[in-house]
Design a protein around this ligand. Structure first.
Ligand SMILES: O=C(O)[C@@H](CO)OP(=O)(O)O
Ligand SMILES: [Mg+2]
Length: 413
């Protein structure tokens, strides 16, 4: 029996920050359903594909009814009775229908919702798990990075660095890694409370204590890793995402960081000293602004041999922009976010580009999420190597880690 797309239906739902977002149902001619929901960022890169919002009075302008309508009319018509098993063709049709270079007409939120839901419908129709449908034979669970202290625009902690992540470098399995992180997480909570700090959490489920600065947060992590019975660095390593585009001033070309205005060179000196003092730090993401390619390049030249340097806002998962970055020798790893580029097919293209050029890849959630765990299956299918999905203490974050544990159980040894 030939199975085709019968109907596509989108609706407006709400994400983990209480903002509207797009959910899409794809129904095939065999009656099978594929459903997917689109996440949303707060510290977005300028050149990300456009998230279409209504801009009307309703819901502070954040409604997504236009995007929903684009799915239910134009996209539904264009994909009617096409094969759900040719993802590249489906994504290509939507890119063509949109006709812009940043998906501003139909909305990347509309297009990505359909793109992911088609993949899921196809997998369901074939009765195979999504990770197996999208993946080849090389299915691998990634190294997980858990964001346990939140700052920047994700919390009101007052800490300039947006994310402090910990990763279980020594682990016997994915589940074992999650258990170790859970131990550190609960120890960190106790340590914060003991010292009189708040233990409420930020957007990504990490704590949002009013710590003095970056070093104080890292000290807190070192102490909690040790108190939980692990060695910082050898057993549990640390990563940071300063998301520095958020504190970069384009006019003066200065970084407003921890009450000082730093030049690009001064910020580099800061990072150099920071990793020398805290060798458990193995990865820095967006250490420099998306508008400071020279600074990012300088950091790559001086620190890139010893540490992972991840480009997020600067590359926005865009194959064309990333190609410029590769040519310029900027960063040695790339953060991958499906909604920065807007289709499954283009995301795969960027991952392949990274692999071909010796860049590491880290798949990422957004700070506004839903319980959709598409990225867990996608990470395994694409063998991305690393993932970040927040802490283990908010449902929409932990659902991704739980899905990895289900997949690990299915894959066995
Ligand atoms: O900067 C980031 O890496 C992301 C995800 O953690 O944040 P946002 O989704 O707000 O862009
Ligand atoms: Mg980032």
């Amino acid at each position: 029996m030939i199975v085709l797309i019968e109907n596509i239906h989108a609706r407006e739902i709400f994400d983990s920050r209480g903002n509207p977002t797009v959910e899409v149902d794809v129904i095939l001619t065999d009656g099978v359903l594929g459903r997917a929901a689109v996440p949303s960022g707060a510290s977005t890169g300028d050149r990300e594909a456009v998230e279409l919002r209504d801009g009307t009075e309703r819901l502070q302008g954040k409604g997504v009814l236009k995007a929903v309508d684009n799915v239910n009319t134009a996209i539904n018509e264009a994909l009617h009775h096409l094969s759900p098993f040719n993802q590249a063709m489906i994504d290509g049709k939507m890119i063509e229908l949109d006709g812009t270079n940043n998906k501003q007409r139909l909305g990347a939120n509309a297009i990505l919702g359909v793109s992911m839901a088609v993949a899921r419908a196809a997998a369901n129709s074939k009765h195979v798990p999504l990770y197996r449908y999208l993946g080849g034979i090389d299915l691998q669970l990634p190294q997980p990075f858990f964001n346990v202290i939140n700052g920047g625009v994700h919390a009101d902690s007052g800490i300039d660095v947006q994310e402090f992540l910990i990763t279980p470098v020594k682990r016997t399995s994915f589940r074992d890694g999650v258990e170790k992180i859970a131990n550190v997480y609960h120890t960190l909570k106790k340590n914060l409370a003991k010292q009189g700090f708040e233990t409420a959490v930020g957007d990504e489920g990490g704590f949002a204590p009013k710590l003095a600065n970056t070093e104080a947060a890292i000290e807190m992590l070192y102490q909690s890793i040790r108190d939980a019975g692990y060695q910082p660095g050898a057993e549990i390593a640390i990563a940071i995402d300063p998301a520095s585009s958020e504190f970069y001033d384009d006019d003066s070309a200065l970084y407003h960081f921890e009450d000082k205005d730093l030049t690009s060179a001064e910020l580099l000196e800061y990072y150099t000293k920071l990793v020398a003092k805290y060798p458990a730090i193995v990865s820095i993401e967006d250490g420099f602004s998306e508008h400071d390619w020279a600074g990012f390049k300088k950091q790559t030249d001086t620190m890139g041999q010893n540490i992972q340097l991840v480009g997020d806002d600067i590359f926005v998962t865009n194959p064309a922009i990333f190609t410029e970055g590769i040519k310029a020798g900027v960063a040695n790893a790339i953060l991958i976010k499906l909604n920065q580029i807007g289709t499954v097919t283009e995301t795969i293209e960027t991952i392949k580009l990274a692999r071909a050029n010796g860049y590491k890849t880290m798949l990422s959630h957004r700070s506004g999420e839903t319980v959709d765990s598409f990225i867990a299956d996608f990470a395994v299918a694409m063998n991305v190597g690393q993932i970040k999905s927040g802490s283990i203490a908010r449902g929409e974050r932990v659902e991704k880690y739980n899905q990895f544990m289900r997949i690990e159980e299915e894959l066995g040894d």
